[in-house]
Design a protein around this ligand. Structure first.
Ligand code: ZN
Ligand code: ZN
Length: 108
């Protein structure tokens, strides 16, 4: 078994490793690892994550805005589509203003 105790720090050849970075799978001493999001990462991976995260977040935010905008346009289109279709399906008599006259009442 590849025990951590027998490994040396990737940055400090003389120091014993205490942790293994899950990202780059290298071994590091206490000084070279940092906790990040409940995970122990080496400084190199942490730096890489910090440099990519804000960009990713911005991209996600942009996507979210585009999705919201698209949803809004779709909702508006659907609304007008429904209104248009409802108007089309109304009987002719509605437009002639005779819808509210009840034929069988007048026949008597
Ligand atoms: Zn790492
Ligand atoms: Zn170290």
């Amino acid at each position: 078994m590849n025990s951590v105790a027998h490994q040396r720090c990737f940055n400090h050849a003389l120091r014993e490793a205490v942790a293994r970075c899950p990202d780059c799978t290298r071994f590091f001493c206490r000084e070279c690892v940092t906790e990040h999001d409940d995970r122990v990462l080496c400084t190199a991976c942490l730096k890489r994550k910090r440099s990519t995260d804000p960009a990713k977040r911005r991209a996600l935010l942009g996507l979210k805005r585009i999705a919201q905008l698209t949803m809004g346009i779709l909702m508006a289109w659907f609304f007008f589509f429904l209104v248009g279709r409802t108007l089309m399906e109304l009987p002719e008599s509605f437009h002639e203003g005779t819808l509210w006259k009840v034929p069988w009442l007048e026949r008597r």
